[in-house]
Design a protein. Structure first.
Ligand code: PXP
Length: 236
């Protein structure tokens, strides 16, 4: 079964617009779990523009499902992960200026950097995942890092889906097969939504988890959070 991890960054974005505590980010994490989310994802950025480090700590004790923390492995991020010890850490190559993650790691160039970080997290019993484009060379190079999983960046799938979904999914099918051969688990995320999720899940064998934020939180404005989470779960 594919797990749905709900990324709650957008809840923090709305809260931060007024500077108070509405909507309550910890409360939203609890509700998402009650409504059927299999995990909660947060992506604290260096500039703290949505989820803050304090949120990441506050949420920890409320997570009864799977806690996934994404981010660029800066010193600050690594220390926070080692203090919190979430179930999973997803390493993304984002620099401060990007609006949202828009590409995976160059795993050939950064093999030794990633290997060192993966090994430190794994020795603390934290599952690691490396954000990567659906590019066979990049997936093959992931093996040397020793990571438990990859997270396939689904931005190009989502943007090509309406034009030709068979073509859009092809690199992901191949990438997933390569990862499976190396015994590496497969997560996926970015721009997945109610239109493109089902086709993705049907075609990607051995998919462990999808993490979805922007579309899911937006849909919940119309359908309500509980309904929306159930709608997404039905598709996977
Ligand atoms: N995976 C990663 C690494 C991300 O950075 C994000 C966005 O924070 C997501 C998944 C979720 O993408 P979306 O918000 O488009 O669902």
């Amino acid at each position: 079964m594919v797990h749905l991890s709900v990324n709650i960054n957008k809840i923090a974005t709305i809260r931060n617009a007024r500077g108070g505590n509405t909507p309550n980010v910890v409360g939203a994490a609890i509700k998402c779990q009650c409504y059927g989310a299999d995990g909660i994802t947060v992506h604290p950025r260096e500039d703290q523009r949505h989820i803050t480090d304090q949120d990441v700590y506050d949420i920890k004790d409320e997570i009864t499902t799977e806690y996934n923390i994404e981010g660029y492995p800066s010193k600050r991020f690594i220390n926070m992960i080692l203090n919190i010890k979430p179930d999973q850490v997803t390493l993304v190559p984002d620099t401060v200026e990007v609006i949202t993650s828009n590409s995976g790691w160059d795993t050939i160039k950064h093999t030794s950097f990633l290997k060192e970080i993966v090994s430190e997290f794994q020795s603390n019993k934290i599952r690691t995942s490396i954000f990567v484009n659906p590019d066979v060379k990049m997936i093959q190079a992931v093996e040397k890092t020793g990571t438990d999983r990859i997270e396939l960046y689904t931005g190009s799938y989502a943007s090509d889906f309406s034009k030709n979904k068979e073509k859009a999914i092809r690199p992901y099918v191949i990438s997933a097969e390569v990862a499976k051969e190396m015994n590496i688990g497969i997560n996926a995320g970015h721009d997945l939504n109610l239109d493109n999720l089902e086709f993705f899940c049907k075609n990607i064998k051995f998919l462990n988890e999808v993490s979805i934020g922007h579309a899911l939180i937006s849909d919940s404005l119309y359908f309500g959070l509980e309904n929306t989470i159930q709608m997404y779960k039905r598709l996977i």
